[in-house]
Design a protein around this ligand. Sequence first.
Ligand code: ATP
Ligand code: MG
Length: 159
Amino acid sequence: MSSEKVLYTSSAQQTRQIARDFAALLRGGEIVFLRGPIGAGKTVFVKGVAEALGMRSSPTSASFSLMKRYQKGKKTLFHIDLFRLSEGEVFNLGFEEMLEDEKAVILAEWPDPLASMMPQDRLEMDFTLCGGDERRIALRAFGPVSHALAEGLWKSQNK
Ligand SMILES: Nc1ncnc2c1ncn2[C@@H]1O[C@H](COP(=O)(O)OP(=O)(O)OP(=O)(O)O)[C@@H](O)[C@H]1O
Ligand SMILES: [Mg+2]
């Protein structure tokens, strides 16, 4: 299932609201690949999700800035950013271990280097700059978990 649904946002504030609505839908185990150019709003979205879940980023070693781990109680969220990395450089990231944590939510910016480890069930969010603060976010779901998530998110924005 990979039919596309599209959201629009006109401000960082509105993107944070979308992130809050998204966070409310999470049950654990969701994997999201965020694509789009620099400054598109991917990080604004991810931080909005973590904030909405009341999560704090737990200190990871400085050398591990590619990955931030957010935690609240038993809930874990991983924020990955692989900008300009090659496939060969992400083997030490521990992505497969993250996948083994079945309840962890994974949000990955610039995910292309993960191509060889791409989870089957994943939501892809493609951000496009549309001038000024306007952004278009296309949702494409691969698999039942991400399909439900995309549906839920789309409905929350089209009430
Ligand atoms: N509609 C919008 N949604 C999100 N951010 C917006 C919007 N309009 C303006 N902005 C601004 O655009 C910037 C988005 O930055 P952000 O770091 O989220 O981009 P990014 O997609 O993560 O880029 P990078 O690829 O460099 O990581 C922020 O400064 C934010 O305030
Ligand atoms: Mg970013």
